[in-house]
Design a binder for this molecule. Structure first.
Ligand SMILES: Cc1cc2nc3c(=O)[nH]c(=O)nc-3n(C[C@H](O)[C@H](O)[C@H](O)COP(=O)(O)OP(=O)(O)OC[C@H]3O[C@@H](n4cnc5c(N)ncnc54)[C@H](O)[C@@H]3O)c2cc1C
Length: 381
């Protein structure tokens, strides 16, 4: 079985690895360098606290790999199990949090619905006067996406994957309905299956095969900030879903501060700025100061960057065989790093076994956009 994977981010590398381990003859084409798309720009967050069962299951199956990544892949990805804390000052959101935690617990996640006072025990600098509830899971945390890329890439090579960087796929070949391979800027590569793992560029790759997928690039930023008050290294990654603000400790006492606070315009994917907007960074710090004492006027913005989310209308990925021979694994919004271990295994199952079994992903087919399936992920930033 010959498979060509388009995209050398964490999703493409994970897919290539599990495919090759399952016996496929895999070529991976990456137009730039491995992991230098959205993966390198991620905050590295890994959590189980989602509002739909399919996202929680993708998290739990992925967590099994993240928790043992060092042993499996011989790379220490600096996986910090600080937990995630989701806070809110809104009664309606609190009620939803309660329902989410019930569903997460039924699926096996150890999340808890807690009071603002209990939340403060996890994060002493939290300002709780305006908060009404929180959820917490100590299984959650964050890791270094670049190290995870190295782990998957090295093991994929060991399994025989032919990894080609600086190799752009320029066309997808079909014969009638069937996919027969890809054209790169250098040659034609025949394939029984093509995996579209091109992240924010996946709509363009789908288009090469004559398929229109609703996956849109959206710009998101992160700032590296010196807090005004010491940020303990063990505080959870904290999200205020009322405003979309989040932060987590980074090395050496600095914080990563993120969030999305404005409109979400279409961008030109080949010309977007990957630099930090200083106005956005000031807003991100102000928003974080609204509910914590860690940030405020004496915080210092050191640097930062922008990257791309690949966003579908319901903020869930598309994982499916879109047309015979074309497997799509894209549209992960802000969750593609953490869901990549389960996704790679699902892609391998789809291609090698004919159907996925790790997680029921029938709800992640692109046909869901033809009618309203009610798949809504509330916990997005
Ligand atoms: C600011 C920010 C914070 C984030 N935080 C988190 C987080 O905390 N947790 C989390 O789970 N996720 C997070 N994400 C999302 C996460 O980064 C992505 O979902 C994930 O990296 C997607 O991986 P990918 O492999 O699909 O895409 P990418 O890493 O973008 O890889 C796709 C690759 O395809 C290549 N490509 C495109 N077109 C072609 C072509 N024609 N031929 C060959 N190669 C091609 C690109 O060069 C690119 O390298 C964040 C994203 C951003 C921007």
């Amino acid at each position: 079985m010959q498979v060509t994977v388009v995209g050398g981010g964490i999703v493409g590398l994970s897919s290539a690895y599990y495919l090759a381990r399952g016996g496929a003859d895999v070529t991976l084409c990456e137009k730039g360098s491995l992991g230098m798309g959205s993966t390198a720009r991620s905050a590295g967050g890994i959590r189980t606290q989602f509002s739909t069962a399919v996202n929680v299951e993708l998290s739990l199956r992925s967590l099994e790999v993240w928790d043992s990544f060092h042993e499996r892949f011989d790379v220490d990805i600096a996986h910090k199990r600080n937990g995630y804390l989701l806070v809110t000052g809104d009664e309606e959101t609190a009620e939803r949090y309660r329902e989410d935690v019930k569903m997460q617990n039924e699926l096996g996640a150890e999340s808890q619905f807690i009071t603002p006072e209990e939340a403060k025990e996890h994060s002493p600098g939290l300002e709780i006067d305006d908060l009404v509830a929180a959820t917490y899971n100590g299984q959650d945390g964050f890791a270094d996406p670049n190290l995870a890329v190295q782990g998957y890439a090295a093991k994929a090579r060991e399994e025989g994957v032919d990894i080609r960087t600086k190799t752009a796929v320029t066309d997808v070949h079909t014969d009638g309905d069937a996919i027969t391979g890809v054209e790169t800027d250098e040659e034609r590569i025949n394939a029984d299956f093509v995996v579209n793992a091109a992240g924010a560029w996946s709509r363009t790759v789908a288009d090469m095969a004559g398929v229109d997928l609703p996956i849109h690039p959206r710009r998101r930023q992160l700032a590296v900030v010196d807090p005004q008050r010491i940020l303990p290294q063990d505080v959870p990654l904290t999200i205020n879903l009322d405003t979309g603000s989040y932060f987590r400790p980074e090395r050496d006492g600095v914080a990563l501060v993120g969030g999305h606070f404005s409109d979400d315009p279409d961008i030109d994917i080949d010309r977007y700025s990957d630099s930090l907007d200083i106005e956005w960074a000031a807003t991100a710090v102000e928003q974080a100061a609204e509910y914590t004492a860690y940030f405020g006027g004496d915080s210092r913005i050191r640097r930062g960057w922008a990257g791309l989310y690949a966003v579908t209308p319901d903020h869930h990925p598309i994982i499916e065989e879109t047309v015979p021979g074309l497997v799509t694994a894209a549209g992960f919004s802000g969750h593609g790093f953490q869901h990549s271990p389960a996704t790679g295994q699902l892609v391998a199952e789809l291609i090698l076994d004919g159907e996925p079994s790790l997680v029921d992903i029938s709800s992640l087919s692109s046909s869901r956009f033809e009618d309203d399936t009610g798949l809504v992920e509330h916990n997005v930033v």
